[in-house]
Design a protein around this ligand. Sequence first.
Ligand code: CS2
Length: 487
Amino acid sequence: MQIQHIDSVLEPGLHQIGIVHIGLGAFHRAHQAVYMEQTLALHGGDWMIASANIRSNHKLVEQLEAAQHRYHVVEYADTKTARVREIKSIKTSFFSGSDDGQIGLIAQMTAPETKIVTLTVTEKGYYLSPSSGALLIDHADIQHDLRQPSQPRTALGLILASLKQRREQGIEPFTVLSCDNMPHNGLRSKGAVVALAKEQDTELAQWIEQKVAFPNSMVDRIVPAVTTEDLAMIKADTGINEPTVVKCEQFSQWVVEDNFPTGRPRWESAGVQMVADVSHYEMMKLRMLNGSHSLLAYLGSLAGYQTVAEAMKEADIRTFLEYYMLQEVVPTLANFRYEALATYCQQLLVRFENDSLQHQLKQIAMDGSQKLPQRWLSGLTELQAQSLPASAIELGIASWMTFLCRAQHNQHSINDPLENELFDLVRRYRDVSTDSSIELVTALLQRNDIFPASLCSNQAFIKRLSVLVEALLSGVEAQNLMRASFS
Ligand code: CS2
């Protein structure tokens, strides 16, 4: 194994905290913390990160504390080459599931030196209807935060509690930067925080609307969750034996809307693209990369594979993804030149083939109800409006429906916030008779929190989907259906 080591030159004691991050997962450690490491090394400044987990993974916080927040990121080019970075840009961490941790976190978010709050809480962490973007006001966690606003459970509640204190103490607000895979993630975060504020204090809601910036951003780096096997592999490859290590690909991209009224680090020097409008980038990435990932997650596992790279070895799957991107995504991305998108597509296929990542398909399959609208469904409605075919997306939707049916039948969790509702629905229709797939497909499409309304009134589309669902449930090989969709 050929390894390049990049040691940290940071002296954490010389820099103060300027950013609070919520969602201390592998992605944050391998993406934002790396950009921050590079920016601090070049320009210094008080932009260290205080990073927090809200409700899960207390252990990671303890492990990072034990390591004085020094850890490594292993960036694999392939199975023979990797770069190992030492990271020190996280100065402290919190677990807000405990009383002390929560008090500490809110105090740090309220402190005047905190200029930016960044988020990677995944799509469901915003408590928004995936299709409409409206706040799920009746959700138990949101109700909890309304009852106990000073001891919030959600990232939205934490932002609100600290903005409220800042306003009362005359401290200027921080900027909120969402780094999750959602379209207009800044606008959505703003909508969520303002909607929650309106339920409590309309003046505070107005102040947030007028004074707090929520820039949009597009983030990209493939960072699989770290498993015990990964830790052993990293140790064998690099000698690093630490529980906080993260592995990822070498590619990394961050495009950020340049709207930080209270200041920001000089991220551009570390390669961050600071732009006036990220919407084209986010749509391209969500539909091309994440859309392909979700196709792989459901169809790849039906085809018998466990990881992205394994599935990519099958020529038909590779061709299917290429077909999806070039024929079903490119026509929806009018702002890009065809050549640029074709090059991006080829780069993605190569990234997916990186077999040192061991990226589990079941990890990508999680939270499908929250992911499908921006990955497939918005593009699908645009294709339908132009009377263009969408056979790959249709097969994708059918495979997601099949995945639900199989999981419900085998009593496996799908790890989705709508699991109970979706399982109830699947149980109702599949128990009635064996040919109830039209009813099942219709009932699933009627879930307007996931699917756009136009889809459940399109009879030809419903028929096509139910034929595919029946075929997949009756054991027709996913590869055959993939081949049929592009040939
Ligand atoms: C993946 C993403 O798990 C998923 O849903 O599609 O985490 C993906 O790896 C990243 O967005 C890549 O930037």
